[in-house]
Design a protein around this ligand. Structure first.
Ligand SMILES: C[S@@+](CC[C@H](N)C(=O)[O-])C[C@H]1O[C@@H](n2cnc3c(N)ncnc32)[C@H](O)[C@@H]1O
Length: 235
């Protein structure tokens, strides 16, 4: 997703710093050597065991993570609808994640933080048993076979999600990309995840009524592309 640089970005980030998840680890990224540093974003030593306390996240609320939130339509709407839960929107794209911050501020959300970096090793970010659910929406397909390990549904990533998930946690995945969906199904099987709900045409399924749209979903779906959807038991 290419975005033009947001003007006065640093000033804006200061103004909505309360929405920025503080304490990104010095992540070693084995897959993306060219990942850009966070630059003007706040950096502090990260102690994953106390990430809730350092971020003002209530310890007694269910906690959900979306990886690859884009401009944040899905996660901000979900957070607005569910004030009893807390949400982490993860988006590594520097000029994209600003859009999530804007939305969170406009909606006055008090149950959402934005992780402004790429998550490639979930266990570096969260302790075991810390998340109630993970959302992957229209994840980058990485179509070349040699890049399969970069897909967010790669079985090693799934093992990472399982490690940080609480018992009973769910993984929800939506994509317009049929090849990625079919490939992911085999990865889910490899990781031993149990399917709870599945549809290859979400908009015309029994799950449509509770569906929250993403930016990509609206774009592809309104052009006639069917949307693949699956919900799995992570642990
Ligand atoms: C194709 S876009 C989809 C955006 C949004 N979910 C939607 O459906 O409209 C995928 C986004 O995921 C982000 N992304 C990819 N890998 C990521 C990772 N490991 N951590 C955080 N963000 C990631 C990209 O920067 C991009 O903005």
């Amino acid at each position: 997703m290419r975005q033009r640089r947001v003007k006065k970005r640093s000033l804006f980030l200061q103004l909505c710093s309360n929405y920025i998840f503080i304490g990104a680890p010095d992540q070693r990224n084995p897959y993306e050597q060219d990942v850009k540093p966070a630059g003007d974003l706040p950096k502090q030593p990260y102690i994953k065991e106390t990430f809730k306390e350092s971020n003002g996240i209530p310890v007694d609320k269910p906690l959900y993570l979306e990886i690859g939130s884009g401009k944040g339509r899905f996660i901000t709407e979900l957070a607005a609808k569910n004030p009893g839960s807390f949400y982490l929107a993860c988006e590594g794209g520097l000029n994209i994640n600003v859009r999530i911050l804007q939305k969170a501020q406009e909606l006055g959300l008090d149950n959402l933080k934005v992780i402004t970096e790429y998550i490639t090793i979930p266990t570096e970010w969260f302790p075991e048993n810390s998340l109630d659910g993970i959302y992957l929406n229209f994840s980058d397909p990485w179509p070349k076979d040699r890049h399969a390990h970069r897909r967010l549904t790669y079985h090693k990533m799934l093992e990472g999600y399982k490690a940080v998930a609480k018992p009973g946690a769910v993984l929800q995945f939506k994509t317009d990309n049929d090849d990625l969906f079919e490939w992911s199904l085999t990865e889910f099987e490899t990781a031993g995840l149990k399917t709870l709900e599945i549809s290859r045409d979400l908009w015309n399924s029994q799950y449509a009524a509770s569906n929250i749209m993403t930016e990509y979903e609206e774009k592809f779906g309104s052009n006639g592309k069917t949307i693949n959807y699956i919900k799995l038991q992570l642990k």
